[in-house]
Design a binder for this molecule. Structure first.
Ligand code: FES
Length: 122
């Protein structure tokens, strides 16, 4: 059985600072709107799949990416949401946790910009 989806305008572009996950409420659900440095937006449930933290109280960052042996390489800046409780890193492209043996994912919603407004489909 599938629930009917609806589109909700959650604010204007200026309401969502770049590099932050700003929480809005839709039908009693807290949803974080992440405005990425590359101009894209993501909408994620403010609930960490690990132990239930309000994941949007974490921060958006990059992560260590594969490099040569003995070399530390930072990359993907502004594409990773880090949970405030245990530091799990979530890929904001997919919601998947990275660098953990886990299939846990952030719950993500489609988000688009229409006439300067941010619209989430829930
Ligand atoms: S509750 Fe988010 S990493 Fe543990």
């Amino acid at each position: 059985m599938s629930k009917e989806k609806k589109q909700v305008t959650v604010g204007r572009i200026a309401d969502f600072p770049v590099g932050k996950c700003t929480v809005v409420e839709i039908d009693g659900r807290e949803i974080g709107i992440a405005r990425l440095k590359n101009g894209e937006y993501r909408a994620v449930r403010n609930h960490c799949p690990h132990k239930g933290a309000p994941v949007c109280k974490g921060f958006i960052s990059g992560t260590m990416v594969p490099g040569a042996v003995g070399e530390l390489v930072y990359g993907r800046d502004g594409e990773i949401l880090v949970c405030p409780w245990h530091g799990y890193e979530f890929d904001l492209a997919t919601g998947a946790v990275i660098y953990q043996e886990s299939s846990e994912k952030l719950l993500m919603y489609p988000v688009e910009i229409r006439n300067g407004e941010v619209v989430v489909t829930v």
